[in-house]
Design a binder for this molecule. Structure first.
Ligand code: FMN
Length: 389
């Protein structure tokens, strides 16, 4: 038989994240899959996020008798079962009904944090009531300061302890493949509508029961009764802050009592600046290749940033993580934890909460196996000595 990926419908039979990606592609209409998949412009950064891992080679230690590995560690003083955090992704309701809750439950079951996006389809209070877990919140620091203040207060009221402010979106990246599915903002083209009709399972499960999911965190700021996804998206675009600066971070720092993370940095000087601003953690990130095309990958900056600030804040990274060994490479290069975006979204699209759990199980099993093959018994044993340079 020729080599090929799993082509069936039972997500439990997917043995890699790539299998889940292909299932997601079959299950979702093109516009919805493209929303998840696409990168900005020529997608060179999107590709770079994957290619970078192939250039990092292991120097394993043989015959060390390490035994079953312990992947447990702490993030911001809280125990986690593996050094992984589910990244904030907006509009998860486009993949599965109540997609945010499903993803957050999968993360909680895996013993790792989940980050709710400002552009989610579930309000932070409703999520906190539905899911017992380590819940973080991602903040877009909008133009209107009173909206930002109100969002921060609601996050605190919901009992979240970590706030992630996204630094790399002073304008929306140009995701051209995504745009081609629309004739105007949020209005699908005729071809996209016909493609939707070719996905009756998705249509009946996700769209027909209650229509396009709304941006629940933003509903409070919309005109009364006008809560549609279209109006929510227009509001969100209108609030994008092209003057986003360290001043905004410092302002949020003053108001937010919990742990503060800045996500979307890609240079050593900015990492140093975040220490001065009093943040507790950073995520080296190019937003999954969706913002500045041609940008470097966060993983490439790890050694330099870890050397400069790695002992003064929690250093995280994201972009392109699809294998357990990718996660371990980042830890060996100095990250304390890794954020994953699409890997769990593919699982969510393929099978809801159970599908997202399956994605996390696959990553965990790959980490376990790689740790044994590396001769490592625990996360602190990972280091630069295991990387060929
Ligand atoms: C569909 C999708 C939606 C996203 N939405 C947000 C968001 O609302 N806020 C944010 O800070 N980052 C967002 N991101 C970026 C992710 O948080 C993360 O940086 C990226 O997905 C990591 O790359 P990966 O998908 O290759 O793992 C989004 C990414 C995707 C794929």
């Amino acid at each position: 038989m020729k080599r090929g990926h799993y082509t069936g419908r039972d997500f439990r039979r997917a043995i890699t994240i790539e299998d889940l990606r292909r299932m997601a592609r079959r299950r979702l209409p093109n516009f919805s899959f493209e929303y998840v998949e696409g990168g900005a412009e020529d997608e060179s950064t999107l590709r770079r996020n994957r290619d970078v891992f192939e250039r990092i080679a292991w120097l394993p230690r043989a015959l060390v008798g390490a035994g079953p590995p312990d992947l447990g560690t702490q993030i911001f003083g809280r125990p986690v079962n593996m050094p992984v955090v589910v990244a904030p992704t907006g509009f998860n309701g486009l993949l599965w009904p109540q997609g945010d809750i499903a993803l957050a439950k999968a993360a909680a079951a895996a013993g790792i944090p989940f980050t709710l996006s400002t552009a989610s389809n579930c309000a932070v209070g409703r999520l906190a009531a539905a899911v017992q877990g380590n819940l973080w919140y991602q903040l877009y620091a909008y133009k209107d300061q009173s909206v930002v203040d109100r969002l921060i207060d609601r996050v605190a009221e919901a009992g979240c302890e970590e706030l992630v402010i996204t630094a790399d979106a002073p304008v929306l990246g140009s995701r051209e493949w995504d745009q081609r599915n629309y004739r105007s903002p949020m209005q699908l083209s005729l071809a996209s509508k016909l493609d939707v009709l070719c996905h009756p399972r998705w249509l009946s499960q996700v769209m027909l029961p209650s229509g396009a999911p709304t941006f629940e965190n933003l509903v409070e700021f919309l005109p009364p009764g006008q809560y549609s996804a279209l109006i929510g998206a227009k509001y969100s675009f209108s609030q994008i802050n092209s003057r986003l600066s360290w001043h905004d971070v410092e302002r949020v720092r003053k108001r937010w009592p919990g742990k503060l993370v800045v996500k979307g940095l890609l240079c050593v000087a900015d990492a140093q600046r975040s220490v001065e601003a009093g943040v507790d953690g950073i995520v080296l990130s190019n937003h999954g290749g969706r913002q500045l095309d041609g940008a470097v990958s966060g993983v490439e900056l790890l050694p330099a940033v870890a050397a400069e600030v790695g002992d003064r804040l929690t250093l995280m990274v994201d972009g392109g993580f699809r294998r357990g060994s990718d996660v371990l490479k980042a830890i060996a290069l100095g990250a304390h934890a890794v954020m994953i975006g699409r890997a769990t979204l593919y699982g969510l699209a393929a099978g809801g909460e159970a599908g997202a759990s399956h994605a996390l199980d696959l990553l965990r099993a790959e980490m376990d196996r790689a740790m044994l093959l590396l001769g490592c018994g625990s996360i602190p044993e990972l280091g630069r000595h295991l990387i060929h340079s």
